[in-house]
Ligand binder design. Structure first.
Ligand code: NOJ
Ligand code: CA
Length: 685
């Protein structure tokens, strides 16, 4: 239960009428520890703005608020502050799965009611939440005489950074959706960015801009207006308004996470805290974090096909072999792609032939479901829509019933089409093209998750909408792609650079889990091309890149060639009771330690970039009074992602205890993975 208490002044000071042409501060608030402060101003033309300070120093300078509509004057000027309400809350809640078992939500809240002067007298409310590590706010537009329906052309929200700095960002509105490498540029050289956008300000402060609880609204991008000033840029829909809603709603939260360093940003819980609590009740019997293998890497490499024919991957014989391999390896699930009718012909951007309850004739669905069950393994079905989202909508119930009837606990979905090319077909047959992050698709993705929940199926969305923490409300939304995953390493011209994962941790993954599909121990893609990684780094990714469902992406044949390193993949869990980001710099390196849920064991992963990197890590996170066997998987002598020595690995054991210091040496393109086995402790895979 959230505890709301009235706070005494001077947390907020109110002056209901600005006096001069300049901006006057009309309200203030502070974070629970007082380090982050917020000021709300109204200028002489009645334009409201917010500003954020940290330790008394400006972080976000005066930044405007408001909306433009397609069919009514904008709300931005001639506003007065009619009322202000304050509250405070300090609660904790538990996650069914996640990086942390328990999450504390400690914040102060300030709700401001702005009212227009003049004829329209419309009301716009803005609620701010101040945490010790960031600020979030959202608008509410109540149903009112002159605003029963909002056709929003644009949100006028600004984020005016008070200093310059370096930004890590990827472009919005480009054809490849979310699958771009991160740019690292001066803050004042950003174009139009997707969120999460991460910034290291000139004084070293780290800030991440994102949004939380994106529901029935358009995804927010950030358009740089001038200098270090950004404005919300909502993703369009097929019609004129970017968002169309009956009044009486709240927007998603706009989030500004703040920390002294990159590792601190990773420890922020704002995104989850700003989402609604779990709406699915006790999910422990049907949502099961775990690893999976799959009929996949050979298709991504082009050796097998999704479509029927001589190279068809999802044959009964192949899938049986993968089930056997999973069972023998203690891996609980097998992903199967290309099992259904509809892939023949050009499915890219056209999934209208896809049937999600009709297997191909060479895939014995009933027999394989029974075989998998007998081996204690479940199948993960794949629904590739080719971007034909309405066609998929028409099948949701039958498709998820079919999946559940075949023992599938997780379904992977796909929306492979260029950005802005999703096919929406209205009831009257009218066709439209939608963006993956527009309001209509935001609603579609959630519809899929809600329908899947009825059948106790979890969803791993590829080509998704970005993660805004909805896993809290719908814990069956277990993972998504939403960035450049391992698949790029299969393609000759597409390799991810060594810094990519150290970028992902501090950008995309601040939003939530990513289905990156690590573990390609062969380090080879199609046509003998090599991956820009050492073998130890592939292991470290299991700890560094969090997801409750994680693939062991390589083939059984390749895993048979690397039994030593494969042992770590067999051992590492995918659900954690605690997580600590130990060090890191965006795009350079990161070290993360996690405690296995229901176990006394800890795991550590460290990844670097193209340079050799060394750091010293104090094992403060281990439990006091215990000894641990550290099973260390580190880059071997001469290991280097550019040479054959990318496979050089040393696997060794050491006895350690809390407070010991470990030197973590990473090769160029390298990484390190450690399992800390607690002596006499509880163990769980
Ligand atoms: C792209 C996805 O990311 C990949 O995992 C999938 O195999 C293909 N689309 C085919 O659906
Ligand atoms: Ca993809």
């Amino acid at each position: 239960m959230t505890r709301l208490t009235a706070l005494a002044l001077p947390l907020i000071a109110l002056a209901l009428a600005p006096t001069a042409a300049r901006a006057d501060v009309v309200a203030r608030a502070a974070s629970p520890d007082g380090h982050i402060t917020l000021t709300i101003s109204l200028d002489g033309e009645g334009r409201p703005s917010y500003a954020v300070q940290r330790n008394g120093k400006p972080l976000i300078a005066d930044s405007r608020l408001g909306f433009m509509f397609t069919d009514a004057p904008k709300i931005e000027r001639n506003l007065t502050l009619a009322n202000a309400r304050q509250a405070s809350s300090d609660t904790s809640w538990t996650q069914p799965w996640g990086e942390w078992a328990t999450i504390r939500d400690h914040h102060n809240q300030l709700t401001l009611v702005f009212r227009e002067k003049g004829d329209l007298q419309r009301e716009m409310d803005v609620t701010f939440r101040l945490f010790d590590d960031g600020v979030a706010f959202r608008y509410s537009l109540p149903d009112q005489a002159n605003l029963h329906h909002a056709n929003i052309a644009e949100e006028l929200t600004q984020f005016a950074f008070a200093q310059g700095g370096t930004a890590w960002w990827k472009p919005a509105y480009e054809w490849n959706r979310e699958e771009y490498l991160y740019n690292r540029t001066p803050l004042d050289a950003v174009g139009t960015a997707q969120t999460v956008m991460t910034v290291k300000l000139a004084d070293g402060t780290h800030v991440a801009l994102h949004e939380a609880a994106l529901v029935d609204y358009a995804g927010m991008n950030l358009a740089r207006a001038e200098g270090n000033i950004f404005r919300a840029d909502l993703t369009p829909g097929a019609g004129a308004p970017k968002v169309s809603r009956d009044a009486g709603f709240s927007t998603p939260w706009r989030t500004i996470a703040v920390a002294d360093d990159a590792a601190g940003l990773y420890m922020n819980h704002m995104i989850l805290n700003l989402n609604e609590p779990n709406k699915l009740g006790d999910v422990s019997s049907w949502i099961k974090p775990g690893k999976f293998v799959g009929v996949w890497w050979n298709m991504i490499k082009g050796e097998w096909s999704w479509a029927r024919g001589p190279k068809h991957g999802a044959t009964t014989a192949n899938v049986r072999r993968y089930i056997d391999f999973a069972a023998a390896s203690g891996i609980p699930a097998v992903l199967v792609e290309g099992w259904n009718v509809g892939w023949d012909g050009n499915w890219f951007g056209n999934g209208n032939a896809m049937n999600f309850s009709q297997p191909t004739e060479d895939f014995d669905a009933d027999g394989l479901a029974a075989y998998a069950k007998s081996k204690g393994v479940t199948l993960i079905g794949h629904h590739e829509t080719g971007g034909s989202a309405s066609h998929y909508d028409g099948q949701l119930d039958t498709a998820f019933k079919w999946a559940a009837d075949h023992g599938e606990q997780v379904v992977k979905t796909g929306y492979v089409t260029d950005a802005g090319q999703i096919e929406r077909v209205d009831a009257d047959g009218a066709k439209h093209r939608e963006w993956h992050e527009g309001q209509w698709m935001v609603n579609h993705y959630l519809r899929v998750v809600q329908t899947a929940a009825k059948y106790h199926v979890s969803i791993d969305s590829h080509e998704p909408v970005k993660d805004t923490g909805l896993r809290r409300t719908y814990p069956n939304w277990v993972a998504r792609e939403g960035g450049r995953g391992m698949e790029y390493n299969a393609w000759v011209g597409g390799k991810n650079p060594p810094e990519h994962e150290a970028n992902l941790v501090f950008t995309q993954l601040l939003g939530g889990p990513m289905d990156f599909t690590p573990g390609v121990l062969s380090l080879s893609g199609s046509e003998g091309s090599t991956i820009h990684s050492t073998i130890a780094k592939q292991l470290a990714l299991y700890v560094v890149l969090y997801s409750p469902v994680v693939m062991a992406a390589d083939t059984p044949e390749n895993y048979a060639r690397y039994p030593g390193p494969f042992q770590f993949i067999k051992d590492v869990p995918t659900d954690w009771s605690d997580t600590r980001a130990l060090n890191g710099e965006v795009g350079d390196y990161v070290t993360i330690a996690r405690k296995a849920k229901g176990s006394d064991d800890w795991y550590l992963g460290a990844v670097g970039d193209e340079q050799a990197r060394s750091s010293k890590v104090t094992l403060d996170f281990l439990d006091a009074g215990r000894s641990y066997t550290a099973e260390i998987y580190r880059d071997g002598p001469g290991a280097d992602y550019r040479t054959q020595a990318r496979h050089a690995i040393v696997i060794e054991k050491r006895q350690v205890k809390k407070g010991d210091v470990l030197a973590i040496d990473l090769a160029p393109g390298g990484g390190q993975a450690i399992r800390f086995v607690a002596s006499g402790g509880k163990r769980k895979r």
